[in-house]
Design a protein around this ligand. Structure first.
Ligand code: HMG
Ligand code: MG
Length: 314
């Protein structure tokens, strides 16, 4: 019934870099990161965000990143947009692109399962954000873009504690109803456990077909790979991951990066699941390890991927 092909959405250049506060990462480094990931076989990559640079300074250069990328056919270079202003800026950029190849074909909109987190992240309640995002989504769809949705804090919220999975279900359903082709469910804090991932997914699946859901796990408590496997067991076939385990959300204090793409690739090697990609039909683990070490060294630290560390230590 279910396909065994697993899609990876590489979120390193966005979720990975957005939380870097010490140094402004130069646009050419971000462009090189995206290009190298795509060469390694990544076909879905979040290239940045059109959010307020006052809120998330590191994403300020996203327009230049999009312009600088060596764009490949059949690769989705998506960007986050929080509001109409972000989408208008993106559309103006797309309209002024002299090339025949569009700069991007996808945006991601984001909201949360709790008002506490949403107020910290988007300065409005969940209900208010859904109203705004309905307009953003309609406008993006009319412009021919596809739209992905995010629900944050699907298990634990840093501001209001244990999350009601019914609320996750309702918000995910609203995003699908407004026209998102897929909704990514985020354990933003990275505190979730595999059995909780299963319980949460079974609740959300009551309202949204599992083919339209993705799993987005931060690895703060070291349960990232286990949560990915639990999600796959419950029918999820799209996983967000970050090269080198980069990242964290500026509005989720103490949360670390996403589950490392290398760690997911390693865990699935030789299993019934096959990771889809454009490098001999998959994503090249060895090259991802190299990219993770390279970008981490640019940030002045070792790769956070356990697999990348183990390989390097050999
Ligand atoms: P606000 O302060 O309520 O907005 O913030 P505002 O409309 O009052 O505008 C404030 C200023 O920002 C104004 O400028 C606007 O022009 C400007 P000023 O007049 O002061 O000079 N502005 C913008 N500038 C550029 N691009 C825009 C934009 N919008 C307004 N799009 C706002 C509301 C949504 C802007 C703000 O809260 C924001 O940018 N939030 C984004 C936060 C963010 O990026 N968080 C990280 C991504 S989400 C995440 O990481 C979770 C995820 O990974 C899943 C998971 O792990 O759970 C996806
Ligand atoms: Mg995230």
């Amino acid at each position: 019934f279910y396909s065994n092909l697993v899609n990876i959405v590489e979120v390193g250049p966005r979720d990975g870099l957005q939380n870097e506060k010490k140094v402004a990462i130069p646009v050419p480094t971000k462009v090189e990161l995206v290009n190298r990931l795509v060469k390694a076989g990544v076909t879905n990559v979040e290239a940045g965000s059109f959010v307020s640079p006052k809120w998330v300074p590191q994403m300020g250069g996203t327009a230049d990143v999009l312009k600088g990328i060596d764009r490949q056919k059949d690769v989705h270079y998506s960007v986050l947009v929080p509001n109409k202003r972000g989408l208008d800026d993106l559309v103006a950029l797309l309209d002024n692109n002299p090339s025949d190849i569009p700069l991007t074909d996808e945006v991601s909109v984001f909201t949360a399962a709790t008002d506490g987190f949403n107020k910290a992240n988007l300065n409005c309640t969940v209900k208010e954000s859904l109203e705004k995002l309905a307009v953003v989504t309609r406008t993006a769809l009319d412009r021919g873009l596809r739209v992905r949705g995010y629900v944050s804090v699907v298990i634990v919220c840093p501001y209001s504690g244990k999350v009601d999975y019914k609320r996750v279900r309702e918000v995910a359903k609203e995003l699908i109803d407004m026209g998102c082709y897929e909704v990514s469910l985020g354990d933003t804090v990275g505190q979730g456990k595999p059995h909780q991932v299963g319980e949460m997914l079974e609740e959300v699946k009551k309202a949204v077909p599992v083919e339209k859901l993705a799993g987005h796990f931060h690895d703060t408590y070291g349960t990232g790979v286990a949560n990915v496997l639990a999600a796959l067991d419950h029918g999820i076939r799209t996983i967000d991951a970050s090269v080198g385990g980069l990242g964290g959300c500026p509005y989720s204090p103490g949360a670390t990066g996403n589950v490392a793409t290398e760690d997911v690739l390693y865990a699935l090697q030789g299993s019934p699941y096959q990771v889809a990609g454009s490098n001999n039909g998959t994503i090249d683990l060895k090259e991802m390890v190299n990219i993770g070490w390279w970008i981490s060294s640019e940030l002045g630290r070792p790769s956070a991927s356990r697999v990348a560390r183990a390989v390097r230590a050999k």
